[in-house]
Design a protein around this ligand. Structure first.
Ligand code: HSE
Length: 429
């Protein structure tokens, strides 16, 4: 059995995890998967990592291009992240004819077309299981075991940090600020939490999922992304009262005229499987025309989980490499258009703070009637401050463009003191 020589770019926690897995399970992978993996080179700017991970000085460098261009490296693992030097390194590896395994969701969701075109031109394998859902094997089944299906829907809880935060807000009534601080103290949220709490991390992941599921290029810019900053424990508590849970969902639907793809806090029925995915866990739920509904669940972040996915990719890439299998290449062949958010039809749950006086409801009613918006339910709750009450309504299915007009007009009514929250509602039927 030929040893497949691996070069790792980036020795952070995931890179360290990859080395640990190969050290511990090399013999098992030889006997059970038919591949012998060995890490022969590694690059990182933090040179202390080399000795910490048991690497010899000869194997290590601070120049990642040295690893990419080393003729003794068969497969490159990119774990640097971001869309700067990582992009140059991945393209350099492809140009050198080397398969690449990466966990870099931002790179693929932004420069996927360039990278896959380059890989196709060279017949090089690109694998990226760890870019979505951490350790959950979902991209591999989506592109292989489920290819006998037309996938019409993919949705998921694909950001562990925000799912942890929402779980704490739901279970313990904490505010966004309180729970963000806690998530930062626990090391789940970054000091700059933007990518997680504003939905950008989830947007990159649903872009990758939608591209594979619908065989069409979906980029980060195509995804409407709204995070959880504006959510309050009150919204979550009200949702619970009427049988819903609030989750930050990535949603992608294949419709007759294109792809609907978005990330936003979403009210989903409490009895749906996704509603019970709590804490830092992730889940991806998809629907195929033959298989029906399938859900993948597991740890969406963390060294061990991501390293497990990287090693899974390495095994597949190594098997293909050593057997000379022809690489299938980019599957984005259908070029379906992305539908603008304005064309979305869904239900909305809106919480207003209004003045407690005669005639306000009539003014609101006139706005709904003006845009043909029909209400499914409404509720007025006790005092929201001196002379104020909370007014919460849920619409029947409504066009997003109409809902935005309704909200703009409502905000103009003097007696409406605040449009406190607007949540989209998915029945997930
Ligand atoms: N920041 C991500 C999360 C993990 O919280 O799920 C890396 O993709």
């Amino acid at each position: 059995m030929k040893t497949i020589r691996i070069g790792i770019l980036g020795l952070g926690v995931v890179g360290g995890g990859v080395i640990e897995i190969i050290n511990r399970h090399r013999e098992k992978m030889k006997s059970h998967a038919g591949v012998d993996l060995e890490v022969v080179r590694a690059a990182d700017l933090t040179t202390e990592r080399f000795a910490q991970l048991g690497l010899s000085p000869q194997q290590c460098t601070t120049d990642a291009f040295e690893v990419v261009n080393d003729p003794n490296v068969d497969i490159v693992v990119e774990l640097i992240g971001g869309v700067g030097v990582a992009r140059d390194l991945v393209l350099a590896a492809i140009n050198a004819g080397k398969p690449v395994v990466t966990a870099n969701k931002a790179l693929l969701a932004t420069y996927g077309e360039e990278i896959f075109n380059a890989a196709d031109a060279k017949g090089v394998d690109i694998r990226f299981e760890a870019s979505v859902g951490g350790g959950i094997p979902v991209l591999e089944p989506l592109t292989h075991a489920l290819t006998g299906n037309e996938i019409t829907r993919v949705m998921g809880i694909v950001n562990g940090t925000t799912n942890y935060m929402l779980t704490r807000m739901t279970d313990d009534g904490l505010s966004f600020d309180e729970v963000l601080k806690e998530a930062q103290d626990l090391g789940y949220a970054e000091a700059d939490p933007t990518a997680d709490v504003d939905g950008l991390d989830a947007a990159a992941k649903i872009a990758i999922l939608a591209s594979l599921a619908f065989n069409s290029r979906v980029t980060l810019d195509d995804v409407y992304a709204e995070g959880i900053r504006k959510l309050s424990a009150t919204d979550i508590e009200y949702a619970e009262e009427i049988g819903y849970t609030v989750k930050l969902l990535g949603i992608a639907n294949k419709l007759a005229d294109g792809i609907d793809v978005r990330v936003h806090p979403t009210m989903i029925p409490c009895n749906h499987q996704l509603a019970s995915v709590n804490g830092v866990y992730n889940a991806v739920y998809l629907t195929g025309d033959f298989v029906g509904d399938v859900m993948f669940f597991g740890e969406g972040a963390g060294a061990g989980a991501a390293a497990s996915a990287v090693v899974g990719d390495l095994v597949e890439a190594a098997r293909a490499y050593q057997s000379g299998n022809k690489v299938i290449g980019c599957t984005c062949t259908d070029n379906l258009p992305i539908r603008p958010l304005d064309t979305l039809r869904t239900r909305y749950c809106v919480r207003l703070i209004i003045e407690d006086k005669s005639g306000v409801i009539a003014q609101l009613g006139a706005v709904f009637a003006n845009y043909g918006v029909s209400l499914k339910s409404l509720k007025q709750r006790g005092a929201a401050g001196a002379g104020q009450v909370e007014f919460i309504f849920m619409t029947h299915e409504t066009l997003e463009a109409d809902m935005q007009k309704v909200l703009a007009d409502i905000a103009q009514i003097d007696a409406v003191h605040e449009v406190a929250s607007v949540l989209r509602v998915e029945n997930l039927d």
